[in-house]
Design a protein around this ligand. Sequence first.
Ligand code: NOJ
Length: 751
Amino acid sequence: MNVLKHILAGLIAVFLLSACQPNNNSQEQSSIDQQVEALLEQMSLEEKIGQMCQVNGGGGTLNDDFKQMLKEGRIGSILNEVDVTTINEIQRISVEESRLGIPVLIARDVIHGFKTVFPIPLGQAATWNPEIVREGCRVAAAEAASSGIKWTFAPMIDISRDARWGRIAESLGEDPHLTSVLGAAMVKGFQGDDLADENSIIACAKHFVGYGAAEGGRDYNSTLIPPRELHDVYLPPFEAAVDAGVRTFMSGFNDIDGVPATGNEYLMRDVLRDKWQFDGFVVSDWASVWEMINHGFAADEKEAAKRAINAGVNMEMASTTYEDNIAALISEGLISEAIIDQAVREILRVKYEAGLFDNPYIAEENQYQFAKPAYLEAAKLAATQSMVLLKNNKQTLPVSKNKTIALVGPMANQAYEQLGTWIFDGDSTLSVTPLMALQQELGAGKLLFAQALATSRTKHTKGFKQAIEQAKKADVIVFCGGEESILSGEAHSRANIDLPGAQNELIRALKQTGKPLVLVVMAGRPLTIGAVSEHADAVIYAWHPGTMGGAALADILLGKANPSGKLPVTFPKVVGQIPMHYNHKNTGRPANPDSWTHIDEIPVKAPQTSLGNESHYIDAGFTPLYPFGYGLSYTTFAYSGLQLDKDVYAQDDRIQVSFELENTGEVAGDEVVQVYVRDVAGSVSRPVKELKAFKRISLNQGDKTSVMLEIAIQDLAFHNIDMEKVVEPGEFQLWVGGDSTTELSTTFKVE
Ligand code: NOJ
C-alpha cells in the first residue's frame, strides 16, 4: 500500500513539475526533487519535525514506545543500531505502518573499518595514498551496509595540530592539502559511484568546523581561529569534501570566537550552502544543539533549537530540543515553516538518493558480509603503507630470518588494543598481533616473548627480569609499546604525551643488554619519544594499525615489505613545543641555528641581548623531533634535475614540476614525493611553505624515473588583506623532496 502511495505521489509530482532534462544524472535528480516535493506536500508539521530528529537505537530491541514513535513518523534517523533483524523491523514499521511510509536512515560511527579494522585515520594519512584510503572506506562501507548501516559519521577532516588532543587519532593530520585529498578519497570510498548501491553508505564531513583547534588540546574546548586561518586552513578540506560529493555534514561541539559551530549561521548558510552550493543536509553532533545552553549561547532549549535551525542544522542528534520546541517556535512566529520545509527537503533528498525509498531492507543474502580475504588483504596493505620508519641506525632493520628475536612489550600481543579508537564493531578475534605474525614467520625457536608490562600504563617492574633474560638470549630485541586504544580518541586528551607507565624504564633496561633494540610504537597520536628513542637502534611508528597490524609489522621487520609511510603531522620533542606545524609563519625573528644557545650553555650572568633574540625555546630549540612528511625506507632515493615548465605564470596556468627520482639503494621501495611552495611576500604574511602536490612512486633498486606533478596557479590562492581569495602576483619558491625540510628548490613568478 505504501509503495502505491509513493508511486502515486511521484506521478502527481511528475505531472506538476515536468521539465526537459539534458542528461541522465540531472533527470534522476529532477525526478528525486519531484518526489521530495510531492511527499513534502503531504506531510504534517509533526511528520516534518520527525524527519529532523535522530535518536539512539535500542541495541537490538524495540520497545513499544519506540515502535509507536516510528508509526507516528517521529524518527528520521537512528544511530547505533547494528542488528539487521531489528533494522529490517524498524524499516517495516516505518514503511508499512506510518502514514507516509518514510524509511529511517540508520547511522553509525564507521570511522576506520567496521569488523575488519583499518589503521586509525591518522595512520591511513601516513600512507599518503588516496587509493588505499578510498579502498579502506569501500571495505568499511560494504561491511557496515551488510549490517544495515546506510550512513557513517566520517570522514573526520578537522585539521589537527595538537598531539595532546585525543581526537587527532581520527584526523588526517595537520595539513589542509593532504587532508583535502585523503578526505575526498574517503568520501568516494564510502559513497561509491552510486549512493543507492547496496555496498555504499552516506559519508558525513565532520566536524564543521575548527574542532581541531580546541584550546590546549582539551576536547570539546573553545577555539579562537582568525577568519583568514579559518578560510585558508580549516575550511578547505570541507570544500574538497563537497566537491567530492559528500551528502551530509556534522556541526561541531566547539565555539569559534564565541559562536558555537552548531549555531553558526555564517558557516552553515553563507559558506556551506550559498558559496559551496551544498544541497545535502547537516546533522548536529551528539546533543550539540542542547549544549549551546552550556556554551551560554542560548538561554533555554527553545532558543537553542531556534538558533540551530536558523543556522542550518537539519537534524538534531540525541537531544530533543527540536522535537520539543519546533511547533511552538512556529506558532509563536519565531521561525518560519518554510525553513522547516527546506530542512526536511534536504533530508528527504538524501534518503531518496540513497535508494531507501526503493529498498529499505537488507536482503538475507547480503547480510553480515565480514572479513572477506580481500578485505583483510586491503587492511594489511593499508597498515604496511602506514608504518613510518623513523630511525634505522646501522641497518638494524630488516632483521634477517636466521636471527633470534626477543619480542617484548605491552602492545606486542594485544588483539584489541592495536585496533585503536572508534571501533564499536571492530572484531578483535580477527586481529593478527605482532606475536602471532612473528610466530608464524619464525617458528617458536627463533622467537622469544615476554610481555613484561600488563598494559601500556603498568608502572610496576616485576616483569622486567624475565624480559631481560629473554633479551639476553636473542640477537635483536623488538620492543612493542605505545598507548592503549582508550588513551586516544574522543575525550581522551593527554597533557603528557610520553610513553605511559614504566615503558621508558623498560626500554632503558633492555638497552643495557647491549643487544640491538627496535622500538615499535602503536599509538593514536605523536608521542614524545625523543629521549627514549635515543636508546633504540631503529624506530617504527605503527600508529594503531588495525586488524592486520601484526602481519604488516612482521613483514616490515623481516624485510618482506619496505616501509614507506610518511608523517602526516609534525612530531614535537616535548609537549611544551605544541602547537608546532611545518606550515607556520616566518615571524619577524625566525629561529637562527647560528645564534641559538642551549640553556645549559648560557654563560652565568650573560647579558640579556647576547643570546640571539629569535623565536625559539632555550631548552627545546626550534626544530621538531621529526618533521612533517618524514619517513625512511630500507632503500634511499635521490632527487635531481628539478625544472619548471616556465619562469613566469599567468593566473590560469598550471605549473608542471619535473624532476628525476632514483632508487639508489639495494631494494625496491616506494617514495612519497612532495612539492612545497612559498609565496615570498604578500598583502598578508604567508606560511614558510605549504604542501601543494604529492605522489607515491614505486621504484625497483637502481631504477630512475622522470616525475611530473602539476599545480594549478589557482591552488596558490589565499585570503588577502581584504579577505578576497586571490593569487597575488609576485615571487614564489618551490621545493621538491621526501619531507618538508627538503632543500632542493627553485623559484618562479606569477603575473
Ligand atoms: C560525538 C562525536 O563527536 C562524533 O564525532 C560522533 O560521530 C558522534 N558522537 C556520534 O557517535
